[in-house]
Design a protein around this ligand. Structure first.
Ligand code: HEM
Ligand SMILES: [Fe+2]
Length: 782
């Protein structure tokens, strides 16, 4: 069929694909360089603080020591800095700011009191003075020094007392449990200097501007922090960009409707039927991928259990049979496992599935692949085991000075010890090498857009981004280091993983016989264009408040709002996708062929990926994405809500689809359990939905209201976390969690582990009379 619009004619020709791609890439790279430049150039200083008599109160070295303590004890897994981190405890920057303002207020009040009574006018006047003093930037670049008033000095002393109480006094209203987690008073003092610095960055005016380094984030009217005009203006522009962008993309996209269903299904290989699966003979490397899936489900199980333990801490339900798990396993550690293992098991599945499809693609197996795959698995195993133990031993003080290397680096999402991060680098490099070797003979010169090419490109990009994780050092300014952390985290999940997902889903659909390869190549191209075009610069939505100037805010607002566009397109695709097995089976029936589609379970999980991509990433991402919304929302349960719905919803479902897809080929047909797989799908997804709707989303809205009414510091205080409504919602998480685990996670784990006994033997490639070849012949004759 020949398309009859200019646009379709253009886009159907691969030689035309270079231009749009290069334009987007160049814009994104230039934009990123600009953000990186601003990150360094406009970073807040780490100064010495000197009082009116010239005495040094806090030194730069002390702040950096405090930062090191913060990381060593993994406090980012308890509370947050600049809103980045965990939500069990306070946001340390917001807390220190509010405590500081209150102390200064008391200081001036008391000094007035000595001279007699005080009127309401005087109180208001004091507050104005405090706010003015907090905003005033006395930074002197020449000697890297900030002059502070005696009121500020008093506030610093109070802050030190506050944090001593937090870690040493179990009855303190903001007590950290277990008491004595940090017991050295000097370390606590350094820590409070670090928090003081954070609060200074949040409140003092950026040189030459009327707002703080963080655009007056966090919201705290008492301390004088309220939203800036540009926060609102760029939100409006962002919204404008979204509607405009969506309109343009939909206009062009609508033209694809001209392509009939025939176009997508024509020439697709046959559906994977029961019969074919029975005959399928796995190759040695395919057989070798099973262990990735085996380990992945074990990690999935541990990851979820670590999450359950973490939630126990929220509701203060930590004593079992007389002993307190908090003492043995502080919440910082269980949360670190929960976060880090999620990335590990998901990666294991992706590595596994990409190896699994190599022989299907290339129909050959280069020598040495099996060895390399097993080698990669070996390194992975050591990395996972080592970092799992290290994450426990580091913060518990068992590794001394080696903690950063062998224990815990202290960054949310990059918890693993530095040494294991190098292991991870080796793993990713090996991954790229193996995939490249696997597809090498299918790569054709002059045909850069094939699916195998995409597979290689996205893995190489994921690998390159991992390098970003190595730039920051312990003494790097926190806001600069955080830039590099997001270069790994955001770029992975919102840009290259999305592309990778489209590729893998595309492959699975081709191999299930649902669509033809040509159609998938186009979908991947367009998806990559849109995901990268919006997602690369979209990274700036993670930088609204960690001390970047307005340019970054502006870019973030516009581009990250556009990230929703490809997700909306996916929902258009979903309709077509959902009907595919049905359409094809009808056709098969017409041809009097067996019509039993053998992958309904896997297909369900893929539909799940699409659903959550729209709902978890798109909808829940969008509601927190505009700067003005994010200003109040950042670091609340609405972020957690989005994080869970997107990460488990999209990549969790995809990983399970990958496991099941491979297992369907690897397993003897009689060992398959369709019912279990379907039940697992519905349990996991309904469980996730219940967790989101009964707890995370309403708790997020409740917390948002608290931010807007009382200030951010309050919405993160123990008073709020321990309040009845918040606790009640947290308890409600049991409902969703139970459905998720009992009907989904547990049976699925059991099924995969049990599968080890029912695998088909492996067959050497050459000896296999491959059914795919027959199918290929058939396609050629179509
Ligand atoms: C499957 C794709 C996505 C995944 C897996 C994902 C996951 C995440 C995760 C894990 C975080 C960090 C949460 C934390 O720090 O605790 C995050 C933050 C964020 N994401 Fe996404 N995301 C995805 C897509 C999107 C999209 C499409 C948007 C925009 C429409 C978006 C907007 C945001 C924003 C604004 C934040 C920062 C929230 C804050 O800290 O205030 N995300 N995302
Ligand atoms: Fe992001």
């Amino acid at each position: 069929m020949k398309p009859d619009t200019k646009f379709l004619n253009y886009i159907m020709k691969q030689k035309n694909w270079w231009l749009p791609f290069m334009v987007i890439f160049v814009i994104s790279i230039v934009g990123l360089l600009f953000i990186a430049y601003q990150t360094y150039e406009e970073a807040p200083p780490i100064p010495h603080y000197v009082d009116e008599k010239g005495e040094e109160i806090i030194t730069q070295e002390q702040i950096l020591r405090g930062q090191e303590v913060f990381h060593r004890y993994a406090l980012m897994e308890y509370g947050s800095m600049f809103g980045d981190g965990a939500l069990r405890g306070p946001d340390f920057t917001a807390q220190a700011l509010n405590e500081r303002a209150k102390s200064m207020f008391r200081f001036y009040q008391e000094s007035l009191n000595e001279n007699g009574s005080r009127s309401e006018f005087e109180s208001e006047g004091i507050l104005r003075k405090v706010q003015k003093e907090i905003k005033e930037n006395t930074y002197d670049e020449n000697n890297n020094q900030v002059n502070i008033s005696f009121a500020q000095v008093a506030a610093i002393r109070d802050l030190e007392g506050f944090y001593q109480e937090m870690f040493l006094n179990p009855d303190f209203h903001e007590a950290f449990k277990p008491t004595g987690y940090i017991s050295d008073p000097t370390e606590i003092k350094d820590l409070s200097a670090f928090f003081f610095w954070g609060s200074w960055v949040c409140s003092v005016e950026r040189p030459g501007e009327k707002y703080s380094y963080t655009h007056n984030w966090p919201y705290d009217e008492f301390a004088g922090n309220v939203a800036t005009p540009s926060t609102l203006i760029w939100s409006i522009v962002g919204l404008l960009g979204l509607v405009l962008g969506l309109g343009i993309v939909l206009y062009y996209y609508g033209q694809f409707e001209q392509l009939s269903e025939e176009y997508y299904a024509k020439g697709a290989s046959e559906m994977v039927t029961e019969e074919k699966l029975q005959q399928y003979k796995p190759t040695p490397t395919q057989r070798a991928t099973f262990k990735f899936f085996y380990v992945a489900v074990i990690l999935f199980l541990i990851q979820v259990l670590a999450g359950v333990l973490t939630v126990h801490d929220f509701v203060g339900f930590t004593k079992f049979f007389g002993w307190d798990i908090q003492e043995v396993l502080p919440v910082t550690i269980s949360r670190s496992w929960h976060v880090q293992l999620s990335l590990f098991w998901i990666s294991a599945c992706w590595v596994g599935i990409s190896f699994f499809i190599l022989p299907l693609l290339a129909k050959s197996e280069p020598k040495g692949q099996l060895f390399l795959i097993n080698l990669l698995f070996g390194i992975f195993f050591v990395m996972v085991g080592g970092s799992f133990v290290g994450i426990f031993m580091g913060p518990m003080g068992m590794l001394g000075d080696y903690s950063r290397w062998l224990g815990h680096q202290g960054w949310e999402f990059v918890e693993l010890g530095r040494l294991y991060q190098y292991f991870l680098l080796a793993i990713f490099a090996l991954w790229a090498i193996i995939v490249y070797r696997g597809v090498k003979n299918t790569l054709r010169p002059g045909m850069p857009w094939g699916l195998p090419n995409w597979l290689v490109y996205s893995i190489v990009c994921i690998l390159l981004l991992l390098l970003s994780g190595f730039v920051a050092r312990p003494e790097t300014n926190f806001v600069i280091a955080d830039f590099w952390r997001w270069m790994v985290v955001h770029m992975w999940v919102e840009a290259f993983f999305e592309v990778f997902t489209t590729i893998i889903v595309g492959y699975m659909m081709v191999m299930m016989g649902l669509v033809n390869r040509q159609a998938v190549v186009k979908v991947v191209y367009i998806a990559a264009l849109l995901f990268l075009g919006s997602g690369l610069l979209g990274i700036s939505h993670n930088f609204y408040w960690n001390a970047k100037p307005v340019g970054t805010l502006a870019l973030g607002s516009v581009f990250s709002t556009l990230q929703v566009v490809p997700l909306i397109l996916l929902t258009l695709e979903a309709w077509r996708m959902q009907r595919m097995p049905y359409l094809l089976s009808t056709k098969q029936k017409e041809r009097h062929r067996s019509s039993l589609f053998a992958m309904p379970g896997v297909f369900l999980f893929i539909i799940g990926v699409t659903f959550w991509n729209f709902f978890g990433a798109g909808v829940f991402g969008l509601i927190i994405n505009l700067p003005i919304a994010n200003y109040y929302e950042h670091g609340t349960y609405l972020t957690v809500n989005h994080g869970h719905a997107a990460l488990m919803g999209v990549y969790g479902n995809l990983s399970i689809a990958a496991i099941l897809f491979a297992l369907r080929f690897l397993l003897k047909p009689e060992a398959w359990n369709t019912q279990l797989v379907k039940t697992a799908f519905w349990s996991i997804n309904i469980g996730l939905l219940l967790m989101v709707t009964l707890d995370l989303f309403p708790a997020g809205i409740h917390q948002l209201v608290a931010v807007m009414e009382e200030g951010y510091w309050f919405a993160r205080s123990q008073e709020f976390i321990q309040s009845v409504p918040f606790q009640a919602m947290t308890w409600l998480r049991i409902v969703g969690g139970a459905v998720f685990c009992i009907g989904g996670l547990f049976p699925l784990t059991w099924f995969v582990l049990k599968s080890a006994k029912h695998l088909k033997p492996a067959y050497e490639m050459e000896k296999i009379d491959h059914h795919l070849e027959e199918v290929e012949e058939e396609i050629e004759t179509v």
